[in-house]
Design a protein around this ligand. Structure first.
Ligand SMILES: *Cc1c(COP(=O)(O)O)cnc(C)c1O
Length: 423
C-alpha cells in the first residue's frame, strides 16, 4: 500500500511524543536527520546549562558543595539519572570522560592478559577510535596489536554475522569489545546472547553504546554485561563534546580501576589528601580528574525528558519512523541506484537508516542545500536518523521527496563527490 501525505498527517496527529518537538530548537525550513551524530539543543538542556553557570557566578568556589546542583556530586547524580537508559542499578553508571577515554580506562582495568589468554576481539567495522584505543592498550602491555587484536570480518562489508563473532571466541581471548549498534549500517547486535556465550568461555565483555543509548532500551545489569561506555551528545542531546558515560557491573565494583585519579576516591576520603588511593565503592571510582561541569550540565535537562517518556516509547516511535522511511524509499527511490545497507528486521536495526550510493558525498551536499541535514560516512553512505523526541513523520516524508527530486533533476551534479573535513 502506498504511503500518502494523508497517512503521514495521521501518524503525526496520533504521535504521543509530538509535544516534545516544541522543547527543541529546530531551525525553520530545515529537516534535521543527523541526531545520531549530534543531537539538537532542547530548552531544558539550555536551562540546566545556564543554571550551572549561575552557580559559578553566584557562589564561586562554594558551588562545589552548595547551590541547586553541588558540583562535587554532579557526576554521580547524572549517573543515577542515566541508569534507567541502560537498565543499570544505582551506582553502576557514571557520567565522566569521553567514549574513547572511557574505553582506555575500562581496558586498563579489565584487560588482564594471562598465560595464553592475551587477545582482544573486536570487529572490522568498528569505529576507528575504539580500535585505536585497543591497539594502544596492547602496546602499553608490550604486545603486538597485529597479533593480539582480532577483528571479526564482515561477510558483506555492512554487517557482522553473530556466528562469526561466536566462532572467534576461544581460550586465547581475554576481552571482547563490540558496538551495540554498528555506526555505519546500524546493525543492532543481540547483546544478551553474545555476552552470555562469551562468559561461558571465560571472556570479559564490553559494549560501546554510542549508537544505542537514548534510542534503544538496554538491560546491562540483568544481561551481566561487564562494562559499557558511550557518548551523550548523539541521541542524548547533551551538546558538542558533552561528557560521556560508563557502566561497570556491580559484580566488579569495589576494585581499583586501571587508571586512577583523585576524583575516583571515596568522597569522604578525597579531601584527606592522602597518597594512598581509596576508591569509591561505585563506578565513581572510574573518574580521574575534576569533572567538566559545564560540558555535563545540558545532560541534566535533557535526561528529564527521557525520564518522563521512557525508553520503550522512544524505541517504538523510532522503529516505526525508520520503517516508514524504508518503505518510502522503496516506494519512491527505486531505479536511482540506492542500496539499503541497514538490516530490515526490527530486532537487528538501530536508530538510523543507512543508504549506499556511489554519489553519496555529493547527494549529501545537495540535501543540505535543499534544507535536509543528513550524515555522510566515507566512502558511500548516507545515514538518516529520525529522532523520536523531535522528528515528525512529515520530516521523513519530505526527506524522501527532496531526495527523489535531487535524483530526478540530477541536482547533485553541481557538487564534487568528496567529503568535507568533518563528515
Ligand atoms: C561517536 C562515537 C565515538 C566517539 O568517541 P569520542 O571519544 O566521544 O569522541 C566512538 N565510538 C563510537 C562507536 C561512536 O559512535
Amino acid at each position: 500500500m502506498q504511503i500518502t501525505m494523508e497517512q503521514i498527517q495521521k501518524w503525526d496527529e496520533g504521535d504521543s511524543l509530538k509535544k516534545y518537538r516544541n522543547e527543541f530548537y529546530i531551525k525553520e525550513d530545515s529537516i534535521y536527520m543527523d541526531g545520531n551524530s549530534l543531537g539538537l539543543l532542547s530548552k531544558r538542556a539550555e536551562a540546566s546549562l545556564l543554571s550551572l553557570l549561575d552557580s559559578w557566578k553566584n557562589l564561586g568556589i562554594d558551588g562545589w558543595t552548595s547551590g541547586e546542583e553541588p558540583w562535587f556530586y554532579f557526576a554521580e547524580k547524572l549517573g543515577e539519572l542515566s541508569a534507567p537508559l541502560v537498565g543499570a542499578k544505582k551506582g553502576e553508571v557514571m557520567v565522566t570522560g569521553s567514549t574513547t577515554s572511557n574505553l582506555h580506562q575500562l581496558l586498563a582495568t579489565f584487560y588482564q592478559p594471562e598465560g595464553r589468554r592475551t587477545k582482544i576481539v573486536a570487529d572490522e567495522l568498528n569505529f576507528p577510535s575504539d580500535i585505536y584505543a585497543i591497539q594502544s592498550i596492547l602496546k602499553v602491555k608490550g604486545l603486538d596489536p597485529e597479533e593480539h587484536l582480532i577483528r571479526v570480518k564482515s561477510r558483506d562489508g555492512r554487517t557482522i554475522n553473530e556466528e562469526d563473532i561466536i566462532q572467534s571466541l576461544n581460550e586465547e581471548v581475554a576481552v571482547l569489545v563490540l558496538p551495540t549498534v554498528l555506526y555505519r549500517s546500524g546493525q543492532l547486535f543481540d547483546i544478551e546472547k553474545i555476552t552470555k556465550v562469551a562468559h561461558e568461555k571465560g571472556i570479559i565483555v564490553g559494549w560501546d553504546g554510542c549508537h544505542s543509548v537514548g534510542a534503544i532500551p538496554h538491560e546491562f545489569h540483568q544481561w551481566h554485561v561487564d562494562f559499557a561506555y558511550w557518548c551523550n551528545y548523539k541521541y542524548l542531546n547533551s551538546g558538542p563534546g558533552g561528557v560521556g558515560a560508563l557502566f561497570v557491573h556491580e559484580m566488579h565494583l569495589g576494585r581499583t580501576p586501571g587508571l586512577t585519579g583523585w576524583f575516583g576516591s571515596d568522597k569522604q576520603k578525597q579531601f584527606d589528601m592522602e597518597h594512598t588511593f581509596t576508591p569509591a565503592a561505585t563506578s565513581g571510582a572510574y573518574q580521574i580528574g575534576t569533572p567538566h561541569i559545564f560540558s555535563m550540565a545540558p545532560l541534566l535537562g535533557s535526561l528529564q525528558m527521557f525520564e518522563e517518556v521512557g525508553m520503550q516509547k522512544i524505541r517504538q516511535k523510532s522503529l516505526h519512523q525508520t520503517r516508514v522511511l524504508m518503505e518510502l524509499m522503496d516506494q519512491e527511490l527505486s531505479g536511482f541506484g540506492f542500496q539499503l545497507a541497514n538490516p530490515g528486521e526490527d530486532a537487528c536495526r538501530g536508530g538510523h537508516v543507512s543508504l549506499e550510493h556511489p554519489e553519496a558525498a555529493r547527494i549529501c551536499k545537495s540535501l543540505k542545500e535543499q534544507g535536509v541535514v543528513p550524515d555522510f560516512r566515507n566512502p558511500n553512505i548516507i545515514r538518516l536518523a529520525p529522532v523520536a523526541l523531535y522528528s515528525t513523520y512529515k520530516d521523513v516524508f519530505e526527506t524522501v521527496r527532496i531526495l527523489k527530486q535531487i535524483m530526478q533533476e540530477k541536482l547533485y551534479e553541481q557538487y564534487s563527490n568528496e567529503r568535507e573535513v568533518v563528515a
